[in-house]
Design a protein around this ligand. Structure first.
Ligand SMILES: *[C@@H]1O[C@H](CO)[C@@H](O)[C@H](O)[C@H]1NC(C)=O
Ligand SMILES: *[C@@H]1O[C@H](CO)[C@@H](O)[C@H](O)[C@H]1NC(C)=O
Ligand SMILES: *[C@@H]1O[C@H](CO)[C@@H](O)[C@H](O)[C@H]1NC(C)=O
Length: 473
């Protein structure tokens, strides 16, 4: 049986990205393409004008490279459309031939096979080009990130207005890059929202957006991200909350990424404005325009409706506030969202501090189903959920974290794994997955950091050979 899946091997393949070191390579490392020198980003003088001039020159260069990549992506998209059409046409043809094998000559069958081989060769070629282009994007991302970090530093040292123009340019660049990456990702991974994979394979290098909106590394406690199930029209929105302690009081919403980076909130909500609706622990999430968080008093789960600005809270049966995560106190209720909905993770006295996972019925705002894991919560750095599978992290060293444990609610199976990833700063209090873009969002000692995820593909039809395997005689 020959089906249209013959094209999928191409779409589900993963990108082999070049390793790029974000913070140790800032003294002018040459990247894999030979063109990445970061020396320009280290200011040589005490007067920022020189620094800014250099940054502006670099902006022009990066912008140029990015334009070229965008043109390439457009070309790939065009080619891909044509190849898809060819594959569809051939699939239809094969179906007709299968239904009536006697009406077709050997010669004709041979010709169809040749056509299939041609498409296959074209796809291999396109795959190689896209892979090359992906590593260029990683380098550009690295360059832009270094500059954003540098701009943030300049801003804290010099007059902000002086730096503002350059910053605007960079944010534009960053947005373009995101757009380019998004389109790349669509060519490679059109399966956002799907769970037809076998879990996380690896994480990208950390993508550092910048220091938080409070412009202060003292704001170590916080979180940021996007709505995991946005209301129509709010797909581009970001949210952010932070404080210098574990108490959760403010949450800001931003129209888009640009406003987030420019620190221009659409609105900042104060959970202490009229009544004491404050939270604690920084393991909140925004879903369907609702802010879910750990209510401070009484100890319970709360939902703050960002539209109506009203709060509701519910005691989580059995949950205790005695066991926090490793990096910070009071992290007793950790909210998470994935392709399957809303979850909360906590520990109970009965479980002696072992992590418990519960699915939340959003409409009823009550626990729907509960799973007991065997991992001790205080040993966990943080946890998140993807496709109903819990992933728990722990520290390896100051620059490395690892996913060390998974619990699959679909099969009730747990396993110990090692999926290492880099962190920008040693500590973090927030790590959550967002199913709308398959990224992890981390609040890393005051910095907005995110990670791209790669998934294990089941029975990965990764080789173009699959195109012809099914058509043998
Ligand atoms: C970068 O260069 C400066 C000046 O030469 C030096 O002081 C610093 O230690 C270097 N940093 C790294 C990470 O190599
Ligand atoms: C696919 O078939 C349609 C209809 O026969 C045809 O118009 C089109 O050009 C074909 N596409 C390719 C890429 O061969
Ligand atoms: C949030 O408040 C708005 C406005 O009152 C309401 O329409 C919406 O249904 C509320 N959402 C939830 C989930 O309660």
């Amino acid at each position: 049986m020959i089906t249209a899946i013959i094209c999928l091997f191409f779409l589900s393949s993963t990108i082999a990205l070049e390793p790029v070191d974000l913070w140790t390579g800032r003294n002018g490392t040459v990247g894999p393409e030979g063109q990445c020198s970061c020396e320009a980003f280290l200011p040589g003088s005490t007067f920022p004008i020189r620094d800014l001039e250099q940054l502006e020159q670099t902006t022009v260069q990066i912008s140029h490279k990015l334009e070229q990549e965008i043109i390439k992506v457009e070309m790939y998209e065009g080619k891909l459309t044509v190849y898809m059409e060819k594959v569809v046409n051939l699939t239809v043809l094969i179906k007709i031939m299968e239904d009536d094998p006697d009406s077709y000559s050997e010669l004709y069958i041979q010709e169809v096979k040749i056509q299939i081989k041609q498409v296959e060769a074209l796809i291999v070629e396109l795959q190689a080009s896209i892979q090359k282009s992906s590593s260029v994007l990683v380098i550009l991302r690295k360059e832009i990130t270094s500059i954003i970090v540098e701009l943030t530093r300049l801003e804290t040292v010099y007059d902000k207005n002086l730096v503002l123009v350059t910053r605007r340019e960079y944010i534009k660049l960053q947005q373009k890059l995101e757009e380019c990456e998004r389109r790349h990702n669509e060519i490679f991974n059109p399966n956002i929202g799907s769970c037809s994979h076998e879990g996380i394979l690896r994480l990208s290098k950390p993508i550092i957006s910048q220091l938080n909106a409070n412009l202060n590394t003292g704001y170590k406690y916080g979180g940021w991200g996007k709505d995991s199930n946005p209301l129509p029209g709010s797909e581009n929105m970001y949210w952010y909350s932070a404080s210098t302690g574990t108490v959760v009081r403010y949450i800001s919403r931003y129209l888009d990424y640009y406003r987030l980076i420019m620190r221009q909130p659409m609105k900042t909500y104060d959970l202490y404005a009229s009544k004491d609706w404050q939270g604690i622990g920084n393991n909140y999430i925004v879903r369907s325009n609702i802010f879910y968080y750990q209510f401070s008093n009484p100890f319970s789960m709360a939902k703050y409706n960002l539209t109506s600005q009203t709060v509701e809270y519910r005691v989580v049966p059995m949950a205790t506030n005695r066991f926090s995560y490793h990096y910070s106190a009071s992290q007793n209720l950790d909210f998470a969202a994935d392709e399957k909905g809303l979850w909360v993770m906590y520990a109970t006295e009965e479980s002696k501090g072992k992590l418990v996972l519960a699915k939340i019925d959003e409409a009823a705002f009550a626990l729907k189903e509960v799973w007991q894991t065997s991992v001790f919560k205080p040993a966990v750095g943080n946890a998140f959920i993807v496709c109903g599978v819990l992933y728990a992290t722990r520290s390896v060293d100051i620059h490395t974290e690892e996913i060390f444990y998974t619990y699959d609610t679909n099969t009730r199976k747990e396993s110990y794994v090692s999926i290492p990833f880099e962190k920008f700063q040693e500590n973090y209090v927030y790590l959550d997955y967002n199913p709308t873009d398959q990224k992890l969002y981390m609040y890393n000692d005051g910095y907005y950091v995110s990670y791209h995820l790669w998934f294990k593909q089941n029975n990965q039809p990764n080789e173009p050979k699959h195109l012809i395997e099914n058509i043998t005689d």
